[in-house]
Design a protein around this ligand. Structure first.
Ligand SMILES: Cc1cc2nc3c(=O)[nH]c(=O)nc-3n(C[C@H](O)[C@H](O)[C@H](O)COP(=O)(O)OP(=O)(O)OC[C@H]3O[C@@H](n4cnc5c(N)ncnc54)[C@H](O)[C@@H]3O)c2cc1C
Length: 394
C-alpha cells in the first residue's frame, strides 16, 4: 500500500501534534503517526509548564489536563537549606501548572485532528528513503508494512530520534549533552507546601537536579536527572537514594516509574535538510537549564507547520526553503538556550559547600519579581564565581 501526502509528521508528542496542527491550519495535507497505541502514555515527564509558555502558544488551560496550579518554587541546597520563592514574597509571572501529560498529549493531538490532520496510532516509522523530490517512509501498523510518500517529512520522534540520522543530519549527542532521568509518580507524599515545586541541587543528582512536583492531594512526581559523565551510579539508583532520604517521601509509594533521556546540550546545529525538518526533543529543543521541553517543542511545531505549509504552496521543499524554520528557531529559542547552557555549566561547577553558602546568602535577598534571568542576576550579586562566569551575560 502507498499513501501520498504533502507532509508526514513522525511522532505525536507535543512537537508532532503542534507541527501537524499548524501545517493543517495553513492549508497543507498532513498525516501524523505515533508508534504508541495511546498517545501520551506512558509519560516520560515531570509535567511542569509555565503559564507564560501556554499563553504564548495561545493554549487555554483546561481542567481536563491541568492537575495542579502552582504558586511557588522552593530551591533546596545539599544541606537542606531551602530558598522559598512564593507569592507571599514575590510576584511569580513564571508560576505554572502541573499537567497530566497522558491527557494533555492526547488533547494536543485532538486539536491537530480538528484542524484537519490525519492521525495514525500504533504506527511505527521504520525508515525513510529519498525518491526524486519526495521522501518515502516505511511504516508498520498491526504487523503490516506500508509506505507513505511525502513532499516533506518532520521528525518529531523524541529524544531517541532516528529519522534525522537516516537522512544524514548530525543528531548523535555526546553523553554530557543527554541527561539520564528516573522518576516515580508517588502517593502519600508529604510536602512542606504542596502548592510549590521543589528543586534539589548538588551531589543528590550529579550533573542535574532532583525534583518533587506536586500533582494535587498527596500525589507528586519525584524524580531526578543525572549526567553519566558525573557519576558511576544509574539515575534509578540515585532516585532510590533520594526517596529514601527525603523527608517528604518517607511513607510514599510509587504507582509509576518513568525512565528516559533529556537532551540538555542546546539546540542541534542542523535542523533541516532537503524535504525534512527536526522538531522538539529530536532537535534537542530542551531548555538546558531546566530540562523542560514541552513549550519549546510546541513553539517549534508552530514554526515547522507554517514553514512546511508555505513550502508546499510554493512547490519548493529544498533545505534552503526550509531553513526559514531553522532561522525562526534560532532567533526565538536557540539564543536563550545558549545563554542558559552557560548558566548550567556554571551551576555544575559548584561544590555542595558552594551551593550551601549561596542558599544562605539568598535568605536575605529581596526580589520584586522572579524569573530565571532575575535569579541569575541575584546569583551574580552573592557569588564572585558567578560574576566571573556569567557577569557578561546579564
Ligand atoms: C523524566 C523527565 C522529566 C521531564 N520533565 C519535564 C517537565 O516537567 N516539563 C517540561 O517542559 N519538559 C519535561 N521533560 C522534557 C519533555 O518531556 C520533552 O521535552 C517533551 O516531551 C518533548 O516533546 P516531543 O514531542 O519532542 O517528544 P516526545 O514527547 O518524546 O514525543 C515523541 C513521540 O514520537 C513517538 N515516536 C518515536 N519514535 C517513533 C517512530 N519510529 N515511529 C512512530 N512514532 C515514534 C513516540 O512514541 C512519542 O510519542 C522531561 C523529560 C524527562 C525524561
Amino acid at each position: 500500500m502507498l499513501i501520498e501526502t504533502d507532509v508526514l509528521v513522525i511522532g505525536a508528542g507535543p512537537a508532532g501534534s503542534s507541527t501537524a496542527k499548524h501545517t493543517a491550519l495553513n492549508g497543507a495535507d498532513v498525516i501524523v503517526i505515533d508508534k504508541k497505541s495511546e498517545i501520551g502514555a506512558p509519560k516520560r515527564c515531570a509535567e511542569g509548564v509555565s503559564k507564560e509558555g501556554l499563553k504564548k502558544l495561545k493554549i487555554e488551560p483546561s481542567t481536563r489536563w491541568v492537575t495542579k496550579e502552582l504558586s511557588g518554587v522552593r530551591l533546596i541546597a545539599p544541606n537542606g537549606t531551602g530558598v522559598w520563592l512564593n507569592e507571599e514574597k514575590v510576584k511569580l509571572p513564571e508560576a505554572g501548572y502541573i499537567l497530566e501529560r497522558k491527557v494533555f498529549d492526547k488533547h494536543m493531538a485532538m486539536d491537530a485532528a480538528r484542524a484537519g490532520a490525519k492521525i495514525m496510532v500504533k504506527t511505527l516509522a521504520k525508515g525513510i528513503r529519498r525518491e526524486g523530490d519526495y521522501l518515502v517512509a516505511t511504516l508498520e501498523t498491526m504487523g503490516e508494512e506500508f509506505e507513505v510518500k511525502a513532499k516533506i517529512v518532520v521528525g518529531a520522534d523524541g529524544p531517541e530520534s532516528r529519522m534525522g540520522r537516516f537522512l544524514g543530519l548530525k543528531t548523535t549527542l555526546k553523553p554530557k549533552n543527554m541527561e539520564s532521568c528516573a522518576q516515580f509518580e508517588m502517593v502519600n507524599v508529604k510536602m512542606e507546601d504542596p502548592d510549590s515545586i521543589e528543586f534539589y541541587f548538588g551531589s543528590v543528582a550529579p550533573g542535574g537536579y532532583a525534583w518533587i512536583f506536586p500533582k494535587g492531594d498527596d500525589i507528586a512526581n519525584v524524580g531526578l536527572g543525572i549526567l553519566t559523565t558525573e557519576t558511576d551510579k544509574s539515575a534509578y539508583d540515585h532516585l532510590l537514594e533520594f526517596v529514601k532520604n527525603n523527608p517528604s517521601t518517607q511513607n510514599a509509594q510509587p504507582v509509576e516509574l518513568n525512565i528516559g533521556g533529556d537532551p540538555v546540550g542546546g539546540m542541534l546545529k542542523e535542523l533541516v535538510t532537503d524535504n525534512f525538518m527536526l522538531v522538539g526533543d529530536a532537535a534537542s529543543q530542551v531548555n538546558p537549564l531546566t530540562g523542560g521541553g514541552i513549550i519549546a517543542a510546541m513553539e517549534a511545531g508552530v514554526y515547522a507547520g507554517e514553514v512546511a505549509a508555505a513550502a508546499v504552496k510554493d512547490g519548493d521543499y529544498s533545505a534552503k526553503k526550509l531553513s526559514k524554520y531553522q532561522e525562526r528557531c534560532e532567533e526565538n529559542i536557540g539564543v536563550k538556550f545558549k545563554r542558559d547552557l552557560k548558566v548550567k555549566d556554571y551551576l555544575q561547577s559548584l561544590s555542595d559547600e558552594e551551593l550551601n553558602s549561596i542558599a544562605d546568602a539568598f535568605q536575605d535577598i529581596e526580589l520584586d519579581t522572579i524569573n530565571t534571568a532575575e535569579l541569575i542576576k541575584q546569583l551574580i550579586k552573592v557569588s564572585p564565581k558567578a560574576l566571573l562566569k556569567l557577569g557578561k551575560l546579564f
